[in-house]
Each structure stands twice: as structure tokens, then as C-alpha cells.
Design a protein around this ligand. Sequence first.
Ligand code: B12
Length: 272
Amino acid sequence: MAQLLSTSDAARLIGVGTTSVKRWADTGLLDCVRTAGGHRRFTRDALDRFVRLQSHDEPVVTEVDRWLDTLSSDMSHELALIRARNRLGSWRHVADELDPVLVEVGRRWSAGELSIAEEHILTERLSRALARISESLPLAPNAPTCLLACIESEDHTLGLSLAELCLREVGWASVWLGARSPTEAITERVRTDSRIRLVGLSATEGCNDSSLLRQVVASVGAVCSERNVALILGGRGSWPDAPSYGTRLNGMDGFAGLQKQFRGSRGRRSLL
Ligand code: B12
């Protein structure tokens, strides 16, 4: 069996401090095993591989490659996501990490490097795992409810699934309308379901019919404003730059700021 080296031995061999070795091991850049007591141990091979990668003798494996490998394998995708959540500290950060992964899937599909079946399998795996995790997160009995919908021409639900998980993490229950939701179905639901305090709409980059998006914002915005319900416009679609009602959110990084903004004021804005 290969000899296992301690963190300080590994640090001395690579010529860095133990903190760096621990960080690389914890972020998965440097392979390690754990003793029964939880201490990191390294093989000589793993250290050699790591040094070779850092000196660019071999292409560096990025997080995008790792996610693509994970989603292409039969391992538990739920577990991989939960590990990422633990590594990054919040679902918002996981969503940010997954964003370039989805862009790369799209690039490979349009370049013919991924078949349609491979692309569907990969993204469905992600979608199902996200839904299972969302549903398993506990909620307070009086949790505020958000309505989540893709606009009527939109089949891309993954952004909405990521948003659901981020909202769930900060205590929101959700009503999922999902793909291709007719605008009238959204407005009708906001009018009749008094639990709904927030509407999250999604339109991805292929959605460049700006007149449709303006119409959606006008109709949904009017009902939300009337019922004092917050409205978030998510995704890279051609949303109006300054909607008269609703907050545009491109990417999840605006989420934390938005939470603060909503917490800091009164009325409907104190909900997040
Ligand atoms: C997976 C995928 C599919 C899957 C979707 C499965 C699913 N359940 O979602 C399927 C196979 C159905 C599909 C179909 C199509 N797709 Co597609 N697809 C993708 C892919 C790979 C990922 C999509 C995705 O989830 N992107 C990430 C999104 C969610 O990012 P985002 O919009 O910026 O949103 C971010 C935030 O803003 C936030 N967010 C999003 N919504 C919300 C909502 C709220 C409330 C909040 C808070 C935040 C938030 O979350 C995201 C992460 O941070 C993209 C590649 C890419 N670059 O995105 C192509 C892509 C979008 N698809 C594309 C195309 C062409 C199609 C089809 C037309 C293919 C076809 N010929 O049928 C159809 C169109 C279907 C339709 N009418 O919508 C093109 C669009 C090109 C363009 N600019 O027009 C892309 C870019 C691929 C490419 N590189 O060419 N697709």
C-alpha cells in the first residue's frame, strides 16, 4: 500500500504552508484521504500529479470539467450538489458555480461535441437533483410563498430551479408553475392565491422577443403591484432595462443584495 503523508509532510515536499495544502485538499484540487480521526493524508502520486498540474505540464482540471464529469457519471448528483453547498457555504454560490457549467453544456451541444441525448440526460439529472434537494429542505409552518414560472415561450427551467433552492434556503415555500407558463395563468394565480408574496419569472438568453417580455412585465407587474407582491425578473432574456414594476436579477450574485434591500424596508419589501 502507498505510504500516506501528513499535511505538514505534504506541505514540506511541495514547498508551501500547511494552510494552502488544506485549502487545496478541501476544494478538491489535491486528492487526499481522511484518517478515522478526520486528518488529511496524501499519497506521493497525488502530490506529484498536483505539482505537474500547477506547472501546466498537463491541462488544469477546472470546476466546469469536474461538474461535467459528475453529471455524466452515475454517482449521486444530489450528494455532489450537497457537497458543493458545504464547500461554498450557500446555494447562491452553488448556482454561480453551475452557471458556466450550463454555458459550456450549451457550447458543446451547439458545436456538436455533445449529442442531444447526452445534453438532455445531463441537464435532466441536474434538474431532478435540484428539485429533490429543494423539497427536502425544512420550512417553517408560516413560510412566505413565492410563485415560480418561466414565461410562455420558455422551456429552460434550470435557472428557476436554482432560484427555488436559493429562496428555499432563506425560508420561502414555492408554488412551481415551471416551463411555458401562460401570462394569464400567472396573473390568475397571483390574484387568487393569497399566500403568494413574491413572483419569480425566468427568461433565458434565447428569449429575445423584447416586446413579449415587456407585455409579460406589464401584465404580471400590474397584478403584483395591486396585490403588494414582489416581482423578480430572472435570467439573461431581453427583459426591459427599467421595468416599471419588478426587480431585474441577472445571475444569483444580486440575490444577497436583494435580500438586504428587502429586509431593510417596510411592507412587501420586508419579506425576504
Ligand atoms: C439545458 C438547455 C436546454 C434544455 C432545458 C432543460 C431545462 N429543464 O431547463 C432543453 C433541451 C429543453 C433546451 C431547449 C432549447 N434550447 Co437550450 N439550452 C440549455 C442550456 C445548456 C442550459 C440552459 C440554462 O439552464 N442556462 C442557465 C440559465 C438558467 O442562465 P440564465 O438565463 O443566465 O439565468 C441565470 C440567472 O439569471 C438565474 N435565473 C434564471 N432564472 C431566474 C429566475 C429567478 C426568479 C431568479 C431569482 C434567478 C433566475 O439563474 C441562472 C443561474 O445563475 C443553454 C446554454 C446556456 N448558455 O445557457 C442552452 C441554450 C439556452 N439553448 C439554446 C437553444 C437554441 C435551445 C432550443 C431552441 C433548441 C432547439 N432547437 O429546440 C430549445 C428552445 C426551447 C425553448 N423554447 O425554450 C441556446 C439559445 C441560443 C440563443 N441565444 O438563442 C443556448 C444558449 C445553447 C447554445 N449555446 O446555443 N435547452
